[in-house]
Unconditional design. Structure first.
Length: 359
């Protein structure tokens, strides 16, 4: 987990160290790009099997725009997985669709292979939409390094919902949806959110009160998130973007059938939407067999992860859990300080933000 503020910027590495393969998932917000760029330049890799842009929100896509403009880093990418407007119409954030158009132009002009592992391309120069059809098997991509990707989301309805928002926002800005656009990412500053302290006693009753149901996420951009399982060497990593809980649950139900496990096991789970209680429901936790979770957020803006999410993980997981955070900040430190009382383990960086988590 790279230091992406309230956003996501993840490097997944698999295989023998001498010949490891890597994926880059999102690029964080442009405001944190200098920190992310410095970390990427220090890493020894020279190539990513794929750059996955889960969706168009600025805290995921802003740094991607900067990366594809960066002469020292853009050559590390030649394959991009990203659902542009043309994919959404085939199958929010006010700034998101504009950034989506900016990324569209960079992909097209940079000569990157765009969604070329996916069928039914809607236009020349691009592969097909990354979408989970209701009547077709879950999309599966075999990577060159021997890993397998099984796509769980988004579904056609979520892409079409985003397309409506995309068209309105882009048209209002005087642009043509799907045609691409110039411009840079917007530096959106996020402030810490005032949140109440943890209860004086973290017993089961307190956890159950915190875990009470909460309103669900309705963002069209988040709903369009590319979510998938990465399988390699008998291990499974669940990568979720900011996906809606109902969409992920539908994909997980089909994945359970695929692998023959009523409650499929995952060795590591990147929590949807940075641990928002609007995306991590009790039903979602109950649908998976997992004990290790990633929180990618410094807490700014929306105060993620929500305490309700941590409580749901503690109560609903099949055994004691470990939560990994990429910032030792005001949202994770209270849980770290009272981890034993709450019955969990919290792993945080000891100095600089960012964390490497072995699977």
């Amino acid at each position: 987990m790279l230091p992406a503020g309230q956003g996501d910027a993840l490097v997944v590495e698999y295989g023998p160290s001498a010949s490891a393969k890597r994926l880059l998932i999102d690029g964080g917000p442009v405001l944190h790009w200098p920190e992310i760029r410095a970390r990427l330049l220090k890493r020894r890799e020279t190539h990513y099997e794929a750059l996955v842009v889960t969706h168009i929100d600025e805290d995921h896509i802003g740094g991607v725009l900067a990366l594809l403009d960066d002469p020292d880093l853009r050559s590390r990418v030649d394959v991009v997985w990203f659902n542009g407007y043309v994919h959404c119409t085939a199958g929010g954030s006010v700034l998101g669709p504009i950034h989506g158009e900016q990324l569209t132009r960079r992909i097209a002009e940079g000569g990157y292979r765009w969604n070329d592992s996916f069928p039914n391309p809607p236009a020349p120069g691009t592969g097909g939409p990354i979408v989970v059809g209701t009547q077709r098997p879950l999309p599966v991509v075999e990577l060159d390094g021997g890993a397998r990707v099984v796509v769980l989301a988004p579904g056609p309805k979520k892409l079409k919902a985003l397309a409506k928002v995309w068209e309105r926002v882009v048209t209002d800005a005087g642009l043509v949806p799907g045609a691409g656009a110039g411009g840079e990412g917007a530096k959106v500053a996020q402030k810490p959110k005032v949140v109440p302290p943890l209860p004086p006693v973290l017993d089961r009753a307190a956890l159950e009160a915190m875990a009470a149901p909460s309103p669900k996420d309705s963002s069209a951009a988040n709903g369009s998130s590319i979510s998938f399982v990465l399988e390699f060497g008998g291990k499974r990593l669940l990568l979720t973007g900011d996906v809606h809980a109902d969409t992920l649950l539908a994909g997980l139900t089909r994945y359970a059938e695929l692998v023959g496990e009523p409650r499929p096991h995952f060795d590591l789970v990147k929590l949807p939407h940075h641990g928002s209680d609007a995306n991590v429901t009790a039903a979602l936790v109950a649908a998976i067999d997992a004990r290790r979770y990633l929180v990618s957020s410094n807490g700014d803006g929306y105060g993620h992860p929500d305490d309700a999410t941590i409580a749901r993980l503690i109560l609903g997981s099949p055994g004691p859990i470990t939560v990994y955070g990429d910032y030792a900040g005001y949202r994770m430190l209270p849980w770290a300080e009272r981890a034993a009382e709450a019955g969990l383990t919290v792993k945080l960086p000891k100095s600089k933000p960012g964390l490497r988590v072995p699977v």
